[in-house]
Write a protein that binds this ligand. Structure first.
Ligand code: NI
Length: 181
């Protein structure tokens, strides 16, 4: 296993549509998943798409608590390897929240995403994945799968005043707290 270099915004691999994975069970796909996991843990991040490590294939990995019980139990949320994904927003409701991306180090953006999402695909054994999700889980999947279509989160933003440096987040947090009072 190795920690791979992460492509940064501006590299063409992040701008193109990635190819379908022909054989999810192939040894090189398993090896890629292992390397992506190590790379994501090292970064650290909660998700990573194959194009971010210069491999133009439709595969993403991410960690989110799948159920409330897992959330309460704590520990490390389970890893999902999602291959050849298909996303289906379940309604028009959008939620705007902060996102970051390992390909845009040091930046954060307020990004609208579909609130309710069904996604399908296969895992490394070729077994089907079919989940209906919301919240952070729905956001991560939309963010990671956008990478497979050459889309980075600023392209989803509707107000670029919400694109800021991580080091300035404290000002936004202070403003939000002041508004709550
Ligand atoms: Ni990203």
């Amino acid at each position: 296993m190795s920690i791979l270099k992460i492509a940064r915004m501006g590299h063409p691999v992040l701008c193109r549509r990635a190819e379908d994975v022909a054989d999810p069970g192939a040894p090189e796909i398993h090896a890629l998943a292992d390397d992506m996991l190590q790379t994501m843990q090292d970064a650290p991040g909660s998700g990573l798409a194959a194009p971010q490590v210069y491999v133009s294939l439709r595969m993403v990995i991410f960690r989110v608590p799948l159920t409330d019980i897992e959330e309460i139990a704590g520990g490390e949320p389970p890893l999902t390897v999602l291959i050849n994904p298909i996303l289906e927003p379940l309604d028009d409701e959008m939620v705007t929240e902060w996102e970051g991306c390992l390909s845009l180090p040091g930046l954060r953006g307020l990004v609208p995403r579909y609130a309710h999402l069904r996604y399908r695909g296969v895992d490394l054994a070729g077994a089907p994945i079919d989940r209906t999700v919301e919240g952070f889980h729905a956001r991560v999947v939309q963010h990671e799968c956008d990478h497979l279509d050459g889309i980075l989160y600023p392209q989803r933003m509707t107000d670029l005043t919400g694109l800021i440096f991580e080091s300035e987040m404290r000002h936004r947090i202070a403003e939000a707290r002041a508004r709550e009072r």
